[in-house]
Design a protein. Structure first.
Length: 76
């Protein structure tokens, strides 16, 4: 099946439960096991600029906001 949009395919398959089940099985996004998109900030779920060192698991923007509260100081 070729469609311009996946929504169109789902709309047509609603009346056919067996084909819908097969379509969803083969077209579902796969679970990521590695890579940048798997590592996300635990506070805002942003995937870019991730800091995982020392178990922080934050993006740099969130880290800047809460750094003084958790005991980090600016080093000149």
């Amino acid at each position: 099946m070729t469609y311009s949009s996946h929504k169109k395919a789902l709309k047509q398959l609603r009346n056919k439960p067996d084909k819908l089940k097969k379509f969803l099985k083969h077209n579902a996004p796969k679970e990521r096991t590695t890579g940048q998109s798997r590592l996300r900030c635990r506070r805002c779920l942003r995937s870019g600029a991730y800091i995982g060192k020392y178990g922080l698991n934050l993006c740099r923007q969130c880290f800047r906001e809460i750094a003084p509260k958790i005991g980090f100081k600016k080093f000149h």
